[in-house]
Write a protein that binds this ligand. Structure first.
Ligand code: UGA
Length: 437
């Protein structure tokens, strides 16, 4: 099928390469001309495992192209994905200007029946707005421009896998033509066993908010438990194991630590709260989830302060700057929030990350950058684990210990075994479990 994708950010670019991978002819476009030029050259503007391989493959076999020509993007496309950014406004509401612009663009150049699929995370009601915009601009085609909501559930770092072998695909539509086109589009994936859930449009839009909010709530639940466990002398990891062994609860997303970051959960939660408010419902639980998440960073800061006494003049090695492993994304990274707090207290922070060093330095210029974890540890009074990269689990801890000025580790992601840390002679401060000395 002939597919167009508006926006080549994380969601858009993954959509481009995976749609090409399953056999469609894909054209991607972006308001940022430099990005389009980069993509034409086969270079990804961000790091995501497996992405560049699929990008090269699509460009080489001719199924994938990028352009800035609006007519070329729209011409004879059966499915047009809207994947543009919806950043939060000062009020917390999502800014939908880019979505409206794309809708107008599509209407202006549309040549025949197609599906306009909304993939950006947007407040419920957006697809109805897109529909009205299309109808206003192109009354002649209104009946055949089917708007559907097709929210993505991909995680950064696992985005290719989540797109090609998802647990479920969600399509919200209000016409049989819309459903039929989307069924055909996803056939290569549903043939491999992925569940296709079909709903009305508002339900699909709200379901996306519900999934992200629920996952964020699980994380904050674990973090609140961590605060209590620290006071009660209990072990939050074991509590999560007990909870997780109940199939009604599930173990995933119950890992206490520095909390969630990135461009999805914090922004979606806020937008969902604003949407609920607009609809006349006070979803106070969402604000409490966000408050507990901020508390998680403060708790880690306080633990470092407790371990080092005064922070002023202390050298702190911060391992992991991205908001999670396997990405170079530092947007709303809890690690950088922690770095800012430590710097404000007069500490010297040396950061290391396998992928996110340039982005982190751009966000927090006062951060000293190290080329590897051992260089970061050299002469530091404390080593902090802020992102659970696999590389940090596999460190030579004896070498880390001899590099550090004080044998202190604050583990904001619980990646080490407390007993092993004790045996190695560290003062080890995990999250929500007893420290060892
Ligand atoms: C999230 C959702 O998982 C995707 O399903 C969704 O499609 C996406 O948002 C989106 O709306 O675009 P993502 O933000 O890439 O994906 O990352 P996650 O793997 O969900 O992690 C989010 C944050 O939670 C990370 O900072 C991670 O470190 C943190 N986390 C996760 C915890 O602190 N504890 C956990 O137990 C799990």
């Amino acid at each position: 099928m002939r597919v167009a994708v508006y926006g080549t950010g994380h969601v858009g670019l993954i959509t481009c390469v995976t749609m090409a991978e399953i056999g469609h002819e894909v054209c991607g476009t972006d308001a940022d001309e430099e990005k389009v030029a980069l993509l034409k050259d086969g270079k990804s503007p961000f790091y995501e495992p497996g992405l560049e391989d699929l990008l090269h493959k699509g460009l080489d076999n001719g199924r994938l192209e990028f352009t800035n020509d609006p007519e070329e993007v729209v011409a004879d496309r059966e499915v047009l994905f809207i994947c543009v950014g919806t950043p939060p406004k000062a009020s917390g509401k999502a800014n939908l200007v880019a979505v409206e612009e794309v809708a107008r663009d599509i209407a202006r150049h549309a040549t025949g029946p197609s599906v306009v699929a909304e993939k950006s995370t947007v407040p419920a009601g957006t697809s109805a707005r897109v529909k009205r915009t299309l109808a206003r601009e192109r009354p002649d085609l209104a009946e055949h421009l089917n708007v559907v909501s097709n929210p993505e559930f991909l995680r950064e770092g696992k985005a290719i896998e989540d797109s090609l072998t998802p647990e479920r695909i969600l399509v919200g539509a209000d016409s049989e033509e819309g459903f039929a086109i989307m069924r055909r589009l996803y056939e290569p994936i549903t043939n491999n066993g992925a569940l296709l859930i079909e709903t009305d449009i508002a339900t699909a839009e709200l379901a996306k908010h519900a999934c992200n909010a629920f996952l964020a709530m699980k994380i904050s639940f674990a973090n609140a438990l961590a605060r209590i466990s620290e006071r009660a002398g209990a072990d939050v990891v074991k509590i999560a194991d007990v909870m997780g062994s109940d199939s009604r609860i599930g173990r995933a997303f119950l890992n206490a630590g520095l909390g969630y970051g990135g461009y999805c959960f914090p922004k979606d939660l806020q937008a969902f709260d604003r949407l609920a408010h607009q609809l006349g419902y006070d979803f106070a639980l969402l604000r409490e989830v966000a408050r507990i998440n901020e508390e998680a960073v403060q708790a880690c800061h306080d633990k470092i302060e407790h371990a080092l006494w005064n922070l002023e003049g202390k050298r702190i090695a911060l391992l992991g700057l991205a908001f999670k492993p396997e990405t170079d994304d530092v947007r709303l990274s809890p690690s950088l929030s922690l770095a800012r707090k430590l710097l404000a207290d007069g500490a010297h922070v040396v950061g290391y990350d396998p992928q996110a060093l340039p982005n982190a330095k751009g966000e927090v210029p006062e951060l000293e950058i190290a080329n590897d974890p051992y260089e970061a540890a050299e002469g530091a009074h404390c080593l902090v684990i802020a992102t659970d990269w696999k590389e940090f689990v596999e460190l030579d801890m004896a070498r880390i210990k001899s590099a550090l000025a004080y044998p202190v580790i604050v583990d904001g992601r619980n990646i080490y075994d407390p007993k092993e840390m004790a045996a190695l002679g560290f003062n080890y401060f995990p999250t929500g479990r007893n420290p060892v000395h």
